[in-house]
Design a binder for this molecule. Sequence first.
Ligand code: ADP
Ligand code: GLC
Length: 509
Amino acid sequence: MPVNNIKGEIMKDPQNILFIVSESVPFAKSGGLADVAGALSGKLAEKGHRVTVVMPYYAGIPVELTRSPEPPFPMNVWMGNTEEWCLVHSKKIQKNLHYYFIDFQKYFFREGLYHDHAMHDYEDNPKRFAFLSQAALYLCKTKQIKPDIVHAHDWQTSAALAYLKTHHWDCPFLGGAAGVLTIHNIGYQGKYPRDAYEYLGFREKDFVPEIFEDHGGINLLKGGIHFADIVNTVSPSYANETLTPEYSHGLDPLLRKKGDRYIGILNGVDYAKWDPSCDTLIARTYHTRNMEGKKQCKAILQKKMDLYRQEQIPVIGIISRMAAQKGLHLLAKSIEAIVNNMQVQFAILGSGDKNLEDYYGSLPRKYPGLIGVHIGYDNVLAHAVEAGADLFLMPSLYEPCGLNQIYSLRYGTLPVVRATGGLDDTVEQYDESSGTGTGFKFYDATPRAIFDTVGWAVSTYYDRPKHYRAMQERAMKKDFSWEESTLRYEEAYRRAKEVKKTYDIKHTL
Ligand code: ADP
Ligand code: GLC
C-alpha cells in the first residue's frame, strides 16, 4: 500500500523492515555499527518504509532515552526447550520508526556490551545474542508485525536468519520475510564451544561445516551467511578483499559460494551529527569559506590534550578502538621516530587492548607537550579531535568501511590512511604535481610506510600550504551522506525478496 514519506511524497513500495542489532545510537555504542544502525534505520523510515529496530536494553542505556508513554510488556521466548521471559520496552522515535528494547536482566544488565572491564568476552555471548535474535521474531508474532525483510547485523544477530528460515513455529507469516545480513567486520564471527548449541535451538542437521560447525565449535556468522538471501558488507573494496583468504578470516569459500548475492555497500555518515558547520559539541563551528573556527578548535584541543599551544605545528588526530585491526601496534613502532624527527603533535583517543592502552598511555610522560593521550571512550572529545586536528591517522590492517576518515574529510582534517577496504574507497590520493586528492594513502602494513606517509603529509602541510588548503576545501565538500547508500540497501532488499521467491518456488516443486 502506498504511504506518505516524511516529505509528504507518496512512496510506492514501502517495506516492512525488521532491523535486529546489538547496538545503535543514541542508545548504546561500541563502534561504527551503532552509528550505521541508528542512521540507516532513520533514513529508511524517513523515506516511508516502516522500520522496527530491536536491540537489547543494556544497563548503560540512560532511562530518559527510552522513556515512553507505551508501557513495557512481558514476552515469553523459547530457546530450544527452555522457556525464558523478558520485558519489552518500546519507543516511537519518529514517523515509521519504532524501537523495541529487550529487557532481560540475566543477559543484558551488565556494564559492557560484549565483554567485561578486563576485555574478556562474556562466556554466554552466543546465548545472549541468539536470545535477542529469537526475541525479535517472537516480538513480530506478539505485535503482529509482518516483516518483508529481516535485516541482521554481524555475528550477534546472524542467528535470526537461521530461526527465520528454519522455524516459523506458530507464526506462519514470518516465512514470508527475506533475510539480509550485513557484515560490518568479518574479524568477529561469534565462535563459541558447541555446548550452547542445544539452548540456541538450531536444527541438529545444521551443525555441519557449511553452516554452523567450525573446528568442532559454533560459528554464528557462518550460519548467518548461509541462511541470508543477500549478504553485504560495508564497502565495495572490503567486499572484494573478503573474497580472498588474506582478509576473510577463513570465510572466503562461503562468500564466494554466495556469488552475486554478496555485495559491498559503502556506509554513509550522519552529517546532522558530524559536520563542523553545525556541530553542537565543538567549541566553534566553521565551514570552507571561514576556517577561523577550526583554529580555535585546534587551540582548545591542544589545551585539552596538554599539548604545546603552537598554532603552526600540525596536530595528528587518532580516535580508535585499540585492537589489532587498527594497526596501532605498527604505529607503536614508528610514533617515537615521528615525534623525534618531525615538528608534529599527536592527539590520541582510544581504549581496548591493555598492552596498547599501557603503551600509548605512557607516551605523554615521555613526550610532554608533543603527544596527548586520553584512554577511554569520550564522544565529546572525539568531536574535538575531529575539529581541532590537522591530519587524521588510520593505519588499519583492514577496515571494512571506517567512519572516522569520512568524518575527518568533512572537518578538513586530512586523512592519512592505509589503502584498504573503505579507507581506500573514500580517500583520494594526493598528487604532488597537480595538488589534487583529499588525503595520503600507503599500501604496506609496516612502521616504515606509516613513518614515510606521515612525513609526506607533514611536509605538504609545511611546504605546500596552497595544496594543503585546496585539499581541505575539496575534502570538506565531499558528500558521503546516506542518500546513495540507502538506495543501495533498498535495491538489496528488492533482490533479497526475488532470491527468496526463487528459492521458495524451487523448494515447493
Ligand atoms: P569501528 O567500528 O571498527 O570501531 P569505525 O570507524 O567504523 O570503526 O567507527 C568508530 C566509531 O566509534 C566512530 O564514530 C568513532 O568516533 C567512535 N569511537 C571509537 N573510539 C572512540 C573513543 N575512544 N571515544 C569516542 N568515540 C570513539
Ligand atoms: C565495523 C568496522 C568499521 C565499520 C563499522 C560500521 O566495526 O570495523 O570499519 O565502519 O563496522 O559498518
